[in-house]
Design a protein around this ligand. Sequence first.
Ligand code: ZN
Length: 297
Amino acid sequence: MEAALVGAIEAGGTKFVCAVGRSPGDFEAVRFPTLRPEETISHAIDFFKSKETERGEIQALGIGSFGPADVNPKSKKYGWITNTPKENWSHIDLGNPIREALSGVPMVFDTDVNAAAWGEGKWGAAQGLKNYVYITVGTGIGGGAVVNGNILHGISHPEMGHLRIPKDHSKDPFPGSCPFHGDCLEGLASGTAMRNRWNTDPATLPVEHEAWKLESGYLADALYNLTLTLAPQRFILGGGVMEQKQLFPMIRHDLNERIAGYIEIDDLDTFIVPPGLSSRSGVLGALALAQELITKH
Ligand code: ZN
């Protein structure tokens, strides 16, 4: 049976990626900047409508969104962005206006990182695994987890970007950039934090710069805590900062040091890896979730 035609959105704080398709080999995507909610939502609707004219009716909609967001299907505000620090986007219904414009098709709404985790499990670097974590290190930091084959949800979604990790003020006097917590993980290790600490675009820092040693240490601290908490079989690290490939061996080394032989990790090279779907994990994950919604119905 041919996979259903579905719509997918990766809604990020700086850009939206919208796609229509059936699989990684058959999908068309557009990207546009995240503007005010009304404009952004109407761009998305226009794209889906034009694709419906070409390809036929979209059967379901999958959204992976920046957060915090309401990802509880039983909640009245399912599909909403909640108390985000992003200007104009706090308490905005993102999902339902789009779903309604598409004849009220079934919708699945989750965080961008949960969607990315799901995409990596379906078609990327976590195929065949039932327990793994996807983390993006970009403008912000976020993490999604698959536990026993399901996306992990609880009172809401995980907020791994805001873990509290040790900080040595003598080595790093930067106070942190998180508007909520100052020196949480995101406040210390996001691209924004790096930019503010070093007063430059982190991509321009040479590989031997001390910035990367510090960055690797902070990320290894986070992975250490998550390894002990969730016992994942793999970490997939994506996002703009992780384009700096020198970080991978550094983080493996620093994590190994922190674990200190307490847990046996057979192969650090396959324990910490880049995404198999490069920057498409989120939108393809949203596509996979939308298709699975149809199968479940
Ligand atoms: Zn924070």
